[in-house]
Design a protein. Structure first.
Length: 144
C-alpha cells in the first residue's frame, strides 16, 4: 500500500509540474471516518497518507498543497451551481436543473478548484482566477 500511495503521489506531483500548476488542492477529509462511520468505501482509502506523500514530494518543486471544505463538492453542478443529492449517481453526474453531464469526480474536482480560488487565493503565476488544470485534462473554465 505504501508503494502504491507513493506512486500515485508522484504521478499527481509530476502532472502538476508538467502543466505548470501552482498548487494541488484536496478536499479536507480529516475525520471522514468519524462522520461516515457506516460507509464501507472510506476504509479502503488512505486520504491523509496520500496528502502527506504529495506534500513531501512537492517540497522542492515550488508547488503548494492545500485543502478545502468538501461540503457539496460532489453534489453541486459546476455549470449552474445547483446542489441536489440526485445530481450524482455513483460515477456519473447529471444536473437535475440544467442537464449538465460529466464524470462525477471531474465535476467535483472543478468545484474543489473553484472553492479554493474563490476563497481569495490568487495563483502566483498571474493566471486568471477562472483557470485551473484538472488531472490530465488541462481544460480552462470560462465564466458564463
Amino acid at each position: 500500500m505504501k508503494h502504491v500511495l507513493h506512486s500515485v503521489a508522484s504521478g499527481i506531483v509530476e502532472e502538476a509540474v508538467a502543466y505548470e500548476c501552482d498548487g494541488i488542492v484536496f478536499e479536507d477529509l480529516d475525520g471522514i471516518r468519524d462522520r461516515l462511520q457506516y460507509a464501507d468505501w472510506h476504509s479502503k482509502w488512505a486520504f491523509r497518507k496520500l496528502k502527506q506523500c504529495v506534500e513531501y514530494k512537492t517540497e522542492e518543486r515550488d508547488v503548494f498543497v492545500n485543502t478545502v471544505n468538501p461540503k457539496n463538492t460532489s453534489k453541486r453542478c459546476n455549470n449552474c451551481g445547483s446542489v441536489r443529492d440526485a445530481n450524482r449517481h455513483h460515477d456519473e453526474f447529471e444536473c437535475q436543473r440544467c442537464g449538465n453531464q460529466n464524470h462525477a469526480d471531474y465535476n467535483a474536482a472543478k468545484n474543489i478548484a473553484e472553492v479554493y480560488l474563490l476563497r481569495g487565493h490568487q495563483p502566483s503565476r498571474r493566471r486568471s482566477i477562472s483557470q485551473y488544470a484538472l488531472k490530465s485534462d488541462s481544460r480552462s473554465k470560462t465564466p458564463s
